[in-house]
Design a protein around this ligand. Structure first.
Ligand SMILES: [Zn+2]
Length: 332
């Protein structure tokens, strides 16, 4: 065909839409949302979703009850750029905005109503340094002000059936404390929007926190290292087991892992200077002993473990003023 009037220009213009696939089973049931590539360089979920969409469309997998919505690429700008963020981190400060300022605000304006219209969320991520998959859950049931919640049991069930034996909890309250400290040390007059955002108490609200704030529940599954092909299998297994657990498909439900380890995030430490460096190449869940040096500030100050703990999400390339690593302890 020589008519070029409607061909797509092969330029890298900024994405203008979000691609979403919804299947309604013909019998009633819960509503599940599955997200891939909320961070643009974390593509295992997008790949697993793409496989499953084909299998559903070929009739190899039947959605019999309820609703499932798949968003293969939740941050298409970051995905196009092959990086974690577009204009900013989509998985922070998640809320609709009346006057969107950046690409992620515009995605949130489409994504938040989608989160609102589902009961459960499976958010598929991967991580920078090596290590085994793990799953993140929210708080215990509570009626507090930061993150009130009443679906801890359902959420833990979902977490256990996604596959990994390691479960991490306590993100939002740990993060909120880190943000308070960040705000206290932020340079006066740092009026840049990025700085305003990262010192906002709502900054820690991502997809799962937003979901809980709207009466739903959800887990973040960290499927493996970004480039590990096995991470796609981890994501696929988790999607299929979640569909089985919620009764949307008729597939055998695998038993919960026998040995499980629940870790609680207890602190977050920001990188303050580009010259701040780790004492060694940490991987998530590396154990540290009380007093062990984790990193050294540009100033020469040593950052030591305040108690026996595990290093989580170490980011040697974290931007100054943003998180460098977390510490977690085993839940008693
Ligand atoms: Zn991620």
């Amino acid at each position: 065909m020589n008519d070029t009037s409607e061909t797509t220009p092969a330029v890298t213009q900024r994405p203008t839409h979000l691609r979403v696939h919804t299947y309604h089973g013909l019998a009633p049931g819960p509503r599940l949302l599955v997200l891939g590539a909320v961070h643009g360089n974390e593509v295992c979920g997008a790949k697993a979703i793409t496989q499953l969409l084909k299998e559903i469309d070929k009739g190899q997998l039947s959605i019999e009850r309820g609703t499932v919505t798949f968003v293969p690429v939740t941050n298409p700008l970051a995905y196009q750029l092959k990086q974690r963020t577009g204009d900013r981190n989509l998985n922070r400060n998640m809320a609709p905005s009346a006057i969107p300022q950046d690409f992620e605000d515009r995605i949130a304006n489409v994504l938040c109503p989608l989160l609102d219209s589902h009961d459960a969320l499976l958010d598929l991520h991967s991580f920078h340094t090596g290590g085994a998959p793990f799953v993140m859950v929210g708080p215990q049931n509570n009626t507090g002000t930061l993150e009130p919640f009443r679906h801890a049991a359902e959420e833990m069930q979902l977490a256990l059936h996604t596959g990994p034996h390691r479960i991490v909890e306590g993100w939002l309250d740990t993060y909120a404390r880190g943000v308070q400290r960040r705000a206290a040390t932020a340079p006066a007059g740092g009026a840049a929007r990025a700085q305003t955002l990262v010192t906002n108490p709502n900054y820690g609200v991502g997809t799962t926190e937003y979901m809980r704030s709207r009466g739903g529940y959800g887990v973040t599954l960290e499927c493996g290292q970004h480039d590990d092909p096995h991470a796609v299998q981890v994501a696929r297994h988790a999607i299929l087991q979640t569909l089985a657990l919620l009764g949307l498909v008729s597939l055998p439900l695998k038993p919960e892992p026998q040995a499980r380890e629940i870790l609680r995030l207890v602190d977050v430490v920001d990188r303050e200077h580009i010259g701040d460096r780790f004492s060694r190449e940490w991987r998530s869940f590396d154990a540290v002993k009380t007093g062990e040096v984790i990193g050294v500030r540009y100033s020469g100050e040593e950052i030591k473990a305040p108690e026996d703990a595990f290093v989580v999400f170490p980011n040697p390339r974290g931007e100054p003023g943003q998180e460098w690593f977390y510490l977690a302890t085993r839940r008693a």
